[in-house]
Structure formats: C-alpha cells, structure tokens
Design a protein around this ligand. Structure first.
Ligand code: OAD
Length: 261
C-alpha cells in the first residue's frame, strides 16, 4: 500500500447508529410515528415549529447522553496518521469532535444541531452544554390536549424572529463556508484514500466528492452493511457495522503505513 498522504472521509448517520442515535431512513428513525424526512423541512417548521423543536430538543438530549463509539475514535486516530486529512460529515451531532477529531479537520456539511439560529436574520448562538430541562413548548388544557397558543418557542434577541436549529433541512442550501472548505480540499489535489461510512449517499454531492477525490487511482473503501449508489465505485466494500469495521481498517492502514516509513 502507498503512503497515506491525503485522506478524505465521508460519514453519515450510520456511524453514530452504534452510539444510539437513530439513522434517518431506517425504521428506528421514526419519532412518534413521524418520518424525519418530513420533520426536517422548512415546510414542517412553518406549519408546526413547536413540534419540530420538540424533535430537535429530543435529538439534542439523546446526543448529549450518547458517547462516541469505536468508529468515531478510529476516524480521529486515522487523522493523526495522515499528512492531510479531512472529514466531511453529514451528521449534525458532536460525536466526531468528542472522539478527539480537531474542528479544523472536519466539515459539518449539514450543520450543527447545537447551534440555534434566527430564521429571519443572521443571529446565531451555540447552545450551552446543559440546556434547560425540556421546558414545555405548549400549554396543556385540563384534558391534556395541546392548546393552540404556543409558548416558549425561542425568539431572536435581535429581531424577535423565530429561532430554529442550525441544521440544513431538505431543499435548503448547504452552508457556504463549510461547502467552500470541502471544495478547497478537493481542489488541492486527489486523495490516496477515501473512506465512505454509514451513509446512504442519497445526495449527489456525496457521490461527487468521493469520486472527485479518488480521481484516477485512489482507493475507495465503503463501510456500510447495505449497498449504496457508491458501492459500484468502491475498491473495497465492507458490509459490517462501522464500529466494528473502522477500528480494524484504521489499524491495518496505520500499521502498513508505519512499516513503509
Ligand atoms: P441515512 O439514515 O439515510 O442512512 C444511514 C446509512 O447508514 C444507511 O446506508 C445504513 O445502511 C447505514 N448504517 C446503518 N447502521 C450502520 C452501522 N452500524 N454502520 C455503518 N453503516 C450503517 O443517513 P445519511 O446517509 O447520513 O440530511 O443521511 C444523509 C442525510 O439525509 C442526513 O444528513 C439528513 C438526512 O435527511 C438532512 O437532514 C439535510
């Protein structure tokens, strides 16, 4: 194996699955029988911001209670052994960072669940580690029915607009700065190795980045129990959970690399 000079890793929800964070498209992704694909939309937020906030607060709390798993740790380890390294994750959780991957080696292309931003102006803030203890979002009537008046929806301190989670919803643009960082890395040259783990690769840009990065002769390792649109381009397909496969793959890469030094 060649020296690992430049590595790109692309991750999705499957990498956090073994930390107990439900994926989007699996059966566990449903929340109160609601499809996340229908909650994570500007339309859902316009229709029922309280419901969407409840879902995100629930997800935030789950993430706070979760721990990075061996897949996150393996990726952080790989970063330490590469001359140049970038992770582009679609995950909005902070588990890659908590596993020790420096922020400058990571792009969160679908945003950050712990950012709360105004839906009207450009105000945003990072939520403190320990947010309020799930305050009620609605007044409940005597019969336990949710009443019409919404209370406690976060409002912008600058313009009074409704605050929203700092994540990318279906149909929205990718955050410009993060997009630029991913593009710059690709423009700087091809990669020896691309690892794509735990994503259905439904978005064209994920497939495009992986293929651009390997260029003519880079290695593409896919880690996913299921087939994806990227599978046919992979030089190695690993049909195992990421928390099992990635530590082994990274150890093999690190050992084979150090034996060449
Ligand atoms: P999905 O929920 O679409 O897919 C999860 C992928 O992980 C599937 O391909 C599974 O086969 C795989 N998987 C499940 N468990 C795994 C495990 N233990 N190890 C490895 N792989 C596993 O999640 P994403 O592809 O990340 O975007 O979804 C992409 C985007 O769609 C999300 O960021 C989100 C969603 O809608 C937005 O909200 C904009």
């Amino acid at each position: 194996m060649r020296m690992l000079n430049r590595i790109l890793v692309l991750t999705g929800a499957g990498v956090s699955a073994e930390s107990g964070i439900p994926t989007f498209r699996g059966k566990d992704g449903y929340w109160r029988n609601l499809d996340p694909a229908k909650l994570a939309t500007p339309k859902a937020f316009a229709k029922d911001p309280g419901l969407v906030w409840e879902w995100y607060r629930d997800r935030r709390q789950r993430i706070r209670n979760a721990q990075p798993n061996p897949a996150h740790k393996a990726i952080a380890k790989l970063a330490q052994h590469a001359h140049e390294f970038l992770l582009v994750t679609q995950n909005v959780d902070d588990l890659h960072a908590r596993a020790g991957l420096p922020k400058e080696k990571m792009v969160q292309i679908h945003g950050d669940i712990f950012v709360t931003r105004c839906s009207r102006c450009d105000f945003s803030r990072n939520e403190p580690e320990q947010e309020y203890e799930h305050p009620p979002l609605f007044n409940y009537g005597v019969a336990g029915e949710r009443e019409e008046e919404e209370v406690n929806l976060p409002r912008c301190p600058r313009c009074e607009g409704l605050m929203r989670p700092g994540v990318v919803w279906f149909g929205e643009q990718l955050p410009w700065d993060e997009l630029r960082r991913a593009e710059n890395y690709l423009e700087d040259g091809p990669c020896d190795l691309v690892i794509v783990a735990g994503t259905t690769a439904t978005f064209g840009y994920i497939v495009d980045w992986a293929l651009r990065a390997i260029a003519n002769d880079g290695e593409l390792i896919e880690v996913n129990p299921e087939e994806t649109p990227l599978s046919r381009f992979a030089t190695q397909r690993v049909r195992e959970p990421a928390a099992i496969a990635l530590p082994r793959i990274v150890d093999e890469l690190v050992i084979s690399r150090s034996s060449k030094l």
